[in-house]
Design a protein. Structure first.
Length: 152
């Protein structure tokens, strides 16, 4: 039986990086790389959290308060990390939040994010200010779970 989570972990840590690069995920490193590649407008849209950055800092501070405690020598063959929120099932305890105008960052914009979410079994939330239509995103995701955030 294949373990999808383990397969993804091995892909990330086993071959995603050249031999001379550390296998560390760093917000600061990702931000540095984004600053080098993006034009100032798109970069500051993301870096500022589409505003002053207060919500992003609050989220990072809250996330920093969580720790993962490993429980050794436990049966994990039939583990299930999935959750259900308002009738929508997610393969893990999270969903992708609505982030608008992703098309300023990449030509595929929300389409790429939607495909990634569908591939991982994680619900995707489309923003009212998406670069693509609801129909475009639905076509990318097939039957995968998706939500829509309406800004009235």
């Amino acid at each position: 039986m294949s373990n999808y989570g383990l397969d993804v972990q091995l892909e990330v840590y086993g071959g995603a990086f050249p031999e001379d690069e550390p296998k560390i995920f760093s917000f600061d490193e990702w931000e540095r790389q984004a600053r080098e590649k993006l034009e100032p407008g798109p970069y500051w849209y993301v870096a500022g959290g589409a505003g002053g950055g207060l919500t992003m800092q609050a989220n990072r501070d809250a996330f920093a308060g969580y720790e993962v405690w490993q429980h050794m020598l436990r049966e994990v063959e039939d583990r299930d990390l999935g959750v259900e929120v308002l009738g929508t099932r997610s393969a893990g305890p999270f969903m992708l939040a609505p982030i608008g105008v992703q098309g300023i960052l990449h030509d595929e914009g929300e389409k790429a994010s939607a495909r990634a979410a569908a591939a991982m079994g994680v619900p995707f939330t489309l923003s009212t200010v998406s670069s693509f239509s609801i129909e475009d995103i639905a076509a990318e995701m097939g039957d995968a779970p998706r939500w829509f955030k309406l800004y009235p």
